[in-house]
Design a protein around this ligand. Structure first.
Ligand code: ZN
Length: 138
């Protein structure tokens, strides 16, 4: 069995944002040489997510509004976590949107369902963040 590891680095200029990281994952898969196996992609920070959904800007606006209803950023004082930090909402949003995804690798390609794409979700940006790509197989 082969394995391949890569980290991606992010520092978004805004507090929240989504980035399609499918091309980076495809590049890592191509470099790994693995044809059959699994790809794990996970956020390495507890205020960011990796998730799979449609690359459609209306949907991304819907995610933003939905997450703000569930866990509004402000007022900061509404959260017990916000003693020395102001990012309680980011921890909650990350938990809803998920830590990681796993995608099957078939014939050297990501074996996606219809319209599936991999996204990085930032909920407490303007700082250095990481995503892990781990590929196993042969
Ligand atoms: Zn925190």
């Amino acid at each position: 069995m082969k394995s391949f590891r890569r980290e991606l680095y992010f520092n978004l200029p805004t507090r929240r944002g989504f980035r399609n990281i499918t091309p980076e994952v495809e590049r890592a898969l191509a470099e790994s040489g693995i044809k059959e196996g699994l790809v794990l992609v996970n956020a390495m920070n507890i205020t960011a997510s990796v998730f799979i959904n449609d690359d459609e800007s209306g949907l991304h606006s819907d995610f933003e509004r939905w997450l703000e209803k569930l866990a509004p950023e402000k007022p900061y004082s509404q959260y017990a976590h916000n003693g020395f930090e102001d990012n309680a909402d980011a921890h909650l949003k990350r938990t809803i949107m998920g830590r990681e995804v796993v995608v099957a690798v078939t014939d050297g390609k990501l074996d996606f369902g219809t319209w599936e794409q991999i996204f990085y979700g930032e909920f407490d940006g303007k700082r250095n963040k990481r995503v892990l790509i781990k590929i196993i197989g042969e």
